[in-house]
Design a protein. Structure first.
Length: 428
């Protein structure tokens, strides 16, 4: 499928293009292994001299078709599916960093990523500095060190709803000779394509809007192919120096624009094995076929719900970048002109218990850990997903203790608002 097609067409038609007599619908290649005619053919695959499938821990045709659809949507040179969004962010950074290295991340990020970067990867010897994106360039640039390998941020942060100034941080990263990685989970490529603003690598938790029906956990890494690893060979020996586990092959030299993804597949996926199951990739593909329709509806509904909350006397504050008086509205207009996502953060007047009482009184809207699927749902991060963080860490991550995360679905908006209204009444 040509990358020139419009996003809605790519959602429906991208990735799988059957040849004569092949299934019209992407099949599930439910096979761990693939057949070859002779030993030499297999040997060439293991030497990375030929491309082809040999074992589903590394690659599978169903996964690759879906990854290709996402790569087309993002405007990248290629993509790989991972078992979860966590695995995607872990691999995206680990593909550039080893023990003794350092990277920088915006502090407005998902709680799971916050723990991954701040605790687990630190234990592995990869150090990370959390920066406040609201600070000046001068302040933030103090975080760069000679061993800094990348900069990380989320287009729309989960759960705070902050908008990441992609162009600004892409320029900053490039000034320091490192790539910008953007987690584009909440915006999806239907609403924002970070590569168009200078980002180098995009990650996704496909578990959220891309699947959209809360059926399959998954992740994705997409490469723009635009970062010149060879120009910074000293910084990225993993990509530019010979790999002993591949007979001294150097990825940047051998694979050019596909170096980063080839290394992530041939080395990280081979050794750490966090592939998405082909079954889940099939479900993800069904979700992607309607992503453009659903995102539009999520955004329309969320805009109306945000306006309703904004005008409600029991609501203390609302953070939704689609509201004209939001502090990030100018960034939303720049990066998300067709809308951001369905997730709204807000707080009720009174204390933190009001949030719990409000949520317990909802009828149609359910309390679930999930976010960003067709059904409207709600969560109190301080009591649930971000329970492990201290009050100070919560604030650092841009999450107020009273923050309610409302993930607006694609039902009829009148019914969503009615449920919120009756829950407010029952606690007043
Ligand atoms: C959910 C989420 C993740 C983690 O993804 P999983 O699929 O749950 O592992 C990462 N980043 C963002 C922005 C998320 O919302």
């Amino acid at each position: 499928m040509s990358k020139k097609k419009n996003p809605g067409t790519l959602c429906v038609q991208g990735g799988w293009t059957p040849k004569k007599g092949e299934p019209r619908v992407l099949p599930i290649y439910q096979s761990t292994t693939f057949k070859y005619d002779n030993s030499e053919q297999m040997a060439r695959l293991f030497d990375l001299k030929d491309s082809g499938y040999f074992y589903t821990r590394l690659q599978n045709p169903t996964n690759d078709a879906v990854a290709d659809k996402i790569a087309c949507l993002e405007g990248g040179v290629g993509a790989m599916l991972t078992s979860s969004g966590q695995a995607a962010n872990f691999f995206a950074v680990l593909n550039l960093c080893e023990a003794g290295d350092h990277f920088i991340t915006s502090n407005n990020i998902y709680g799971g990523t916050y723990n991954l970067f701040g605790v687990t990867m630190k234990k592995m010897g990869i150090d990370c500095t959390f920066v406040d994106p609201e600070q000046s360039d001068e302040e933030i640039e103090k975080a760069f060190r000679p061993n800094t390998k990348c900069f990380f941020g989320e287009t729309i942060s989960n759960p705070g709803g902050h908008i990441f100034d992609i162009e600004r941080f892409a320029e900053m990263a490039h000034r320091h000779g490192v790539p910008l990685i953007v987690d584009n989970t909440f915006a999806t490529p239907v609403n924002c394509r970070p590569f168009e603003w200078g980002a180098d690598i995009v990650t996704h938790s496909t578990t959220k809007y891309m699947d959209g029906h809360a059926t399959a956990v998954g992740g994705c890494i997409v490469d723009s192919g635009s970062f010149d690893w060879a120009a910074h060979a000293d910084k990225f020996p993993g990509l530019c120096a010979p790999d002993d586990s591949y007979h001294g092959l150097a990825y940047a030299e051998a694979f050019g624009k596909m170096a980063y993804l080839t290394k992530a597949t041939a080395q990280l996926m081979r050794d750490l094995g966090s592939i998405q199951s082909p079954q889940n990739a099939f479900l993800l593909n069904l979700g992607l076929e309607t992503l453009h329709l659903r995102m539009k509806r999520h955004c329309e509904n969320a805009q109306q719900v945000a306006e309703f909350l904004k005008n409600h006397p029991q609501v203390a504050w609302v953070n939704y970048a689609g509201l004209p008086d939001n502090k990030h509205h100018h960034l939303a207009k720049k990066y998300l002109p067709q809308g951001g996502c369905g997730v709204i953060a807000f707080g009720l007047k009174g204390n933190r218990d009001e949030a719990i009482r409000f949520m317990d009184n909802l009828k149609m809207i359910c309390i679930v850990t999930h976010v960003a699927d067709a059904r409207t749902c709600v969560l109190h991060p301080a009591s649930h997903t971000h329970r492990q963080l201290s009050e100070e860490q919560l604030r650092e991550a841009g999450i107020a203790p009273d923050l309610i995360r409302l993930s607006v679905g694609i039902e009829d908006v009148e019914d969503i608002i009615e449920d919120i209204q009756q829950a407010m009444e029952s606690i007043s």
